[in-house]
Design a protein around this ligand. Structure first.
Ligand SMILES: Cc1cc2nc3c(=O)[nH]c(=O)nc-3n(C[C@H](O)[C@H](O)[C@H](O)COP(=O)(O)O)c2cc1C
Length: 345
């Protein structure tokens, strides 16, 4: 193609910048809906993939049988590719990997820590690509050496469990070093397409959003959960505080509510059991994780947004209404295309 034949419109630029990420995912656009426990089930995942993006089932604490049923149900709603997010500390991780292989799931996202021995090999042997979260540059390089196919880098603006560094810093630090080695998807705090265009320009293969998709019409989140998102502003989405230095808890970003106080009380209770020798450290940390899963369910499914955990990222201020997932994707793509058009001018 000669230079004059290259389509220089914003939308053509966007397609070119998303080409690698979309090819990797097998989707039309390189936008992933990050797995959200209780929210990312068959309906949201299928809607995301049907809209041209890439949905990811949140396995969370699901049993092997439940995941089996969820994948089958999702396949009944879409013939487009979607992924499954597995938590590394799940006691049945290897059996969950087998279930993904049985269904021919193309992409497995491993969250919650470094992949346990043998897990990468097992996922690949089952025919799926492996996507991991890279919290630091050194760990990103280590994960690439151990054979992961793609990485997500997620900043502390995100909803749910978070690290200590912002998305903008992670992207600047990591993309120039690793974006040529594997596709890298940037996550955390993305609410509009202009930001997507920015990270693509910096070398990202695509992006992952969570908060922005919670209020999709197809999302089964309780109406009160969605209402809390629509009302909230960025500063309402705060990180949980660790109260006991001996009990390291991964911070969780959620909307401020009475549930935050309950978490403080829970930490005190678990710390006291540690003191009294009632539980070991690993058990204590697991108790905290179970607490979050229960609190999130209470808010997402039961609609108790006062005492449950309304996990949300700082981009929640940009969620203003309930709308079909396809409309959210279309708006993000239009904003990104316009940004690329203007930047090229
Ligand atoms: C309600 C909620 C629940 C989440 N649950 C999970 C989860 O179970 N596993 C996971 O890997 N990430 C989880 N996340 C993180 C998302 O997958 C995604 O990476 C994140 O939302 C992206 O940042 P954003 O919220 O700023 O868009 C959750 C996020 C939210 C808002």
């Amino acid at each position: 193609m000669t230079d004059t034949m290259i389509d220089r419109s914003g939308s053509a630029r966007l397609v070119r910048r998303m080409e690698r990420g979309a090819a990797f995912l097998g989707s039309e656009v390189a936008i992933m809906a990050g797995a959200m426990s209780w929210v990312s089930e068959r309906n949201l995942v299928a809607a995301m993939s049907n809209a041209g993006g890439f949905g990811v089932i949140a396995c969370g604490a699901m049993t092997v049988d439940l995941l089996d049923a969820e994948i089958a149900a999702t396949k009944a709603l879409t013939d487009k590719p979607f992924g499954v997010n597995l938590i590394t500390m799940h006691p049945d991780l290897m059996a969950l990997i087998d279930v993904c292989a049985k269904h021919g799931v193309g992409h497995v996202v491993l969250a919650g820590g470094l992949p346990p021995k043998g897990s990468l090999e097992a996922i690949k042997a089952g025919g799926a690509k492996v996507i991991c979260f890279a919290p630091t540059l050194a760990l990103a390089k280590k994960l690439i050496r151990s054979g992961v196919d793609a990485l997500v880098i997620e900043g502390m603006e995100a909803g749910g469990h978070i690290g200590p560094v912002s998305t903008s810093v992670l992207a600047q630090e990591m993309l120039p070093e690793i974006a040529d080695m594997v596709p890298v998807f940037v996550a955390g705090g993305i609410g509009r397409g202009e930001a997507i265009a920015g990270y693509l320009d910096m070398g990202a293969a695509g992006v992952q959003l969570g908060t922005r998709f919670v209020c999709a019409t197809e999302s089964i989140a309780h109406p009160k959960f969605k209402q809390a998102f629509i009302r909230a502003s960025a500063r309402d989405a705060v990180a949980s505080v660790q109260i006991d230095p001996r009990l390291p808890v991964i911070p969780v970003r959620a909307l401020k509510n009475a549930g935050g106080e309950l978490f403080t009380a829970k930490q005190r209770e678990v710390a006291q059991s540690l003191d009294e020798g009632g539980v070991a450290m690993a058990e204590a940390q697991l108790a905290i994780e179970h607490y979050w899963a229960g609190a999130l369910r209470r808010a997402v499914i039961d609609g108790d947004v006062e005492h449950g955990s309304v996990m949300a990222g700082q981009s929640v201020g940009m969620v203003s209404k309930e709308e079909p997932l396809a409309d959210i994707i279309a708006a993000l793509m239009a904003q990104a295309a316009q940004a690329l058009e203007q930047r090229a001018a």
